[in-house]
Design a protein around this ligand. Structure first.
Ligand code: 2DT
Length: 213
């Protein structure tokens, strides 16, 4: 039996990640594919509840601590991810460690470079592809204001945009497939669906792990 694939969605707020992710899951299920959906942060676990309380502003955490909690929230899901993939189920994830490193580095804490932020995630399952939904600042603005959670402010989002660019230019940039998210929901979905179908048809080697930069 072929292993399942690991597909991650990333992008800025307002790019339509969650909608597109869920549409892809439904479309692939309709085709009879075995797929499962996950998202990070997973706010349902005890660690996830601490993250949720931080994001909503109910609690404070030191910058490094919250960074490590986000990473721990991924590590605690690894057995589930591997089990699915090994049993032939494709795992589709809304945000992963790329969000983890860029949002933390965007805080501009002097000891939290992209490289430092990336360390705790080294060894995680590495996605077969990253679907990066690209949206211009103008189009993002047209889609309405930001929400009320921590990080949902323009200055932070501008830094996140720049840092995502750096990640896409790094050694693992080849994993990224940049999709223009400025079109209609249906147009964007069509490009993503084609990309995912191509991947599912591909023979693939063993699942890789996230390596050092
Ligand atoms: P959602 O709006 O998608 O629930 O994201 N974030 C996310 C981090 O700072 N570090 C991480 O590791 C992850 C996965 C991005 C909530 C916010 O959490 C940020 C937005």
């Amino acid at each position: 039996m072929a292993r399942g694939k690991l597909i991650v969605f990333e992008g800025l707020d307002r790019a339509g990640k969650t909608t597109q992710c869920q549409m892809l899951v439904e479309a692939l299920k309709k085709d009879g594919e075995k797929v499962t959906f996950m998202r990070f942060p997973d706010r349902t676990t005890p660690i996830g509840q601490m993250i949720n309380s931080y994001l909503s502003g109910e609690s404070e955490q030191e910058d490094h601590v919250i960074h490590l909690l986000f990473s721990a929230n991924r590590w605690e899901a690894v057995p589930k991810i591997l089990e699915a993939i090994n049993s032939g189920t494709t795992v589709i994830i809304d945000r992963y460690y790329y969000s983890g490193i860029v949002y933390s580095a965007a805080k501009q804490n002097p000891s939290m470079t992209l490289e430092w932020c990336r360390h705790p995630d080294v060894g995680l399952p590495r996605p077969d592809i990253v679907v990066f939904l690209h949206i211009s600042p103008e189009d993002a603005a047209k889609r309405g204001g930001y929400g009320t959670e921590r990080y949902e402010q323009k200055a932070m989002q501008d830094r996140v945009r720049e840092l995502f660019k750096e990640v896409r230019q790094s050694k693992e940039g080849g994993d990224f497939n940049v999709i223009d998210a400025g079109g209609s929901v249906e147009e964007v979905q069509e490009s993503i669906y084609d990309l995912a179908k191509g991947l599912l048809e591909d023979e693939s080697g063993p699942l890789r792990t996230v390596g050092e930069w």
